[in-house]
Design a protein around this ligand. Structure first.
Ligand code: APR
Length: 242
């Protein structure tokens, strides 16, 4: 049940922001990182796959894991949660979506005003020059290499130990400072700097709403907690604005 105070706050909000994590894509069939029974990390050791040192040590393993994830993302469809946020963007007088996800499902649901804090798995770049590469080919069993400098190609995502894109962090910080309501959807709120954004929003006077079937590191500090799946709660939230 969504309480009236929250509905009124959303109706009166000049600027609505949203921060999403892997949980909003769970109903699209994409595994989250930390849910114990299905989490992607449950089957892999993060240190083995998503760090610059792992890539340096075993570029083929890392490249293959991301190639597998790219195929799964391409086969996935946005779900009702993604579409509800795109509808909210159309209705709000000002809106910004900040996502930690690299699956591009917010864009495929029609989202336009968005910041990808951790990059996008659909983009590939040279691991030395950072230049994006549209097409690549590699002999079977090898990692494709940059046609310009010969370095191995890598996904354009932010790995552990790496800095986030400065422009993305600046846009996210600006959005949480200016928003009236911040919806925090499908994130365990454990990975920084993204996990610090809800506190920055509250310090700037915003109402923070957690949408998650489980308790997280944010739950105690949130102004409202809607304990449920994004695909059910977000459409109900948008419908309640009518
Ligand atoms: N609707 C909403 N939330 C859900 C759903 C759902 N249907 N299913 C699961 N969740 C919640 C889980 O309860 C959990 O709190 O989604 C959250 C997923 O948390 P994580 O797996 O930790 O994903 P995330 O918070 O996005 O991880 C942050 O860590 O590994 C790095 O870079 C990676 O972007 C990722 C970052």
């Amino acid at each position: 049940m969504i309480d009236t105070e929250l509905i009124i706050a959303l109706r009166n909000a000049r600027f609505i922001a949203a921060l999403t994590g892997a949980g909003i894509s769970a109903e699209s069939g994409l595994a989250t990182f930390r849910d114990a029974q299905t989490g992607l990390w449950a089957r892999f050791d993060p240190r083995e796959l998503a760090t610059p040192s792992a890539f340096a040590r075993n570029p083929k393993l890392v490249w293959d894991w991301y190639a597998w994830r790219r195929e799964r993302v391409a086969a996935a469809q946005p779900n009702a949660g993604h579409f509800a946020l795109a509808e909210l963007e159309r209705r709000a007088s000002d809106f910004m979506l900040i996502t930690q996800n690299v699956d591009g499902l917010h864009q495929r649901a029609g989202g336009r005003k968005l910041v990808e804090l951790h990059g996008n798995i659909g983009r590939v770049k040279c691991s030395r020059e950072d230049t994006l590469v549209e097409r690549w080919e590699a002999p079977a069993g090898e990692v494709p290499r940059c046609a310009h400098c010969g370095a191995p190609l890598r996904p354009d995502v932010v790995w552990f130990e790496e800095m986030l894109p400065e422009h993305a962090v600046a846009a996210a910080e600006d959005a949480v400072r200016r928003c009236d309501v911040l919806l925090v959807v499908g994130t365990s709120a454990e990975v920084y700097p993204a996990a610090a954004l809800p506190a920055h929003a509250q310090r700037s006077g915003a109402i923070v709403v957690e949408i998650n079937p489980n308790t997280t590191a944010l739950s105690a500090a949130a102004d409202h907690v809607l304990r449920g799946a994004a695909g059910a709660v977000l459409p109900a939230l948008v419908a309640a604005l009518d």
